[in-house]
Write a protein that binds this ligand. Structure first.
Ligand code: GLY
Ligand code: MN
Ligand code: MN
Length: 437
């Protein structure tokens, strides 16, 4: 299962249909990043570039010129090269790019400075991902400068520069059927990985041993990388929201929070589960867990077309505040505590984010100052949590150091929602039975 050439072609056509008249869009592949010495980080194509091309090579530039008679969609890429290919792997080359990627024309990347100014010339507007890659911004201006230097010979440089992101990211926000299939697959690989880690857990092992379990499951399922740096946080570490050291021993009686998801064919999953290291929740752990679980289940219920982006978050705030009052961790009237934001000592992040090719995916959350309405095909996480700092002297000692988050990936459907990460133990009973089995 993967995105077909026809879908990439359609995306480019859709984007061009939304571009202003007399415009050109220029988008570059990600540059390889040096890790140390002469060793690079594993190469991962820029999501926008891949979304429009399906092309995973570095040193490439996509150019879209709606309405151009001699071809609207052009690709600059590396030429075939026996020596480079012997050392670093196959290159597609411009000739094959036309057929394989369905572009109208393709040229060697080494010719771009000679060709691109001529393509920009006469266009009023240039779209590019401005402000992300200083060197590329500079490069675009250099191409424009070449045209400016020829105005006395009648050349016409562009007058407007526009950020490409908005048009493209609105498209990426709403997933197609194939994209949802890939996200379901990414979600299910992550489900299997979390199961594996849950089963391997026991007191005395190190956090990194659990990390090894899910990384193994990701890799053997065809996911070539985690979608983000994962969190395996035992005990108090779960109260550090972005804990990634993952190198402490797991202690009998503590909880462990795992936030891990994979990337499959460029699509991310993002799951968090929190479970007892020894397989059995203590009464305090269970009490907090039940509040977070109710918040998550209630928030998922709000997700449907026409709901506001903020509805799931607001629901988690209501349930968590009421739950904390019930347990005596907050004192006062629930409505007043919500107004005052008292829950923020325990729940300091929002309930979720868009999910797609990027783990924190693209797409606006507000339209003209208002939270946007949900539409079928949008995918989000739902991930409420309660984190009671070990230093919180305002609460009874028995609660301190408990950190719990529960996170699933949810797609908006025509009738409501679908949990893409379904099938993983989530209630106290399910977790305890699964770990005992
Ligand atoms: N793992 C990143 C997040 O949950 O937002
Ligand atoms: Mn997460
Ligand atoms: Mn998340």
């Amino acid at each position: 299962m993967s995105i077909k050439k026809s879908e990439f072609i359609k995306r480019r056509k859709d984007l061009m249909a939304h571009m202003e008249a007399d415009s050109i869009a220029i988008l570059a592949a990600t540059k390889p990043a040096l890790r140390n010495g002469d060793a690079d980080y594993a190469y991962r194509q820029n999501s926008d570039f891949y979304y429009l091309t399906g092309f995973a090579e570095a040193e490439a530039v996509l150019v879209l010129i709606p309405g151009r008679e001699k071809g609207e969609c052009l690709l600059f890429c590396q030429e075939k090269d026996e020596v480079k290919e012997l050392w670093n792997g196959k290159l597609l080359g411009p000739e094959a790019a036309i057929k394989t990627l369905g572009v109208d024309d393709s040229f060697p990347i080494t010719d771009i400075d000679d060709i691109l100014p001529g393509l920009i010339e006469g266009r009023e507007r240039v779209y590019s991902p401005m402000g992300k890659d200083e060197a590329f911004d500079h490069q675009v201006m250099e191409w424009v400068r070449v045209i400016r230097s020829k105005v006395r010979s009648g050349a016409h440089p562009p007058g407007e520069f526009l950020v490409l992101d908005h048009l493209l990211h609105e498209m990426r926000l709403v997933k197609s059927k194939t994209e949802l299939d890939l996200m379901r697959k990414s979600g299910q690989i992550a489900v299997a990985a979390h199961k594996r880690a849950m089963q391997a857990c026991k007191p005395g092992i190190n956090e990194y041993e659990l990390e090894a379990e899910y990384l193994y499951e990701f890799a053997r399922s065809g996911s070539r990388a985690p979608a983000y740096t994962s969190i395996v946080a035992g005990g108090d570490n779960a109260c550090i929201l972005h804990y990634i050291e993952n190198n402490q021993t797991l202690v009998d009686g503590d909880l462990v929070l795992i936030d891990a998801g994979c990337e499959y064919e460029y699509y991310a999953s993002d799951i968090t589960r929190t479970f007892p290291v020894n397989g059995k929740f203590s009464p305090e752990q269970k009490a907090i867990y039940e509040v977070v679980l109710e918040a998550q289940l209630e928030a998922i219920k709000t997700i449907k077309p026409e709901a506001h982006w903020d509805d799931p978050h607001n629901r988690t705030v209501e349930v968590i505040t009421a739950g904390l009052v019930e347990l005596g961790l907050l004192k006062g009237k629930v409505e007043t505590l919500i107004e005052e934001g008292a829950y923020r000592d325990f729940y300091m992040h929002r309930a979720g984010h868009w999910l797609g090719m990027d783990v924190h995916d693209v797409g606006d959350y507000k339209i003209e100052g208002n939270w946007r309405l949900l539409e079928p095909g949008m995918v989000m996480t739902v991930e409420p949590g309660i984190y009671i700092s070990p230093k919180n002297t305002k609460v009874d000692k028995k609660w301190r150091g408990i950190g719990i988050r529960i996170e699933d990936d949810v797609a908006v459907t025509r009738k409501g929602s679908e949990i893409l990460t379904d099938g993983l133990a989530k209630t106290v009973d399910e977790i305890e039975s699964f770990m005992a089995a």
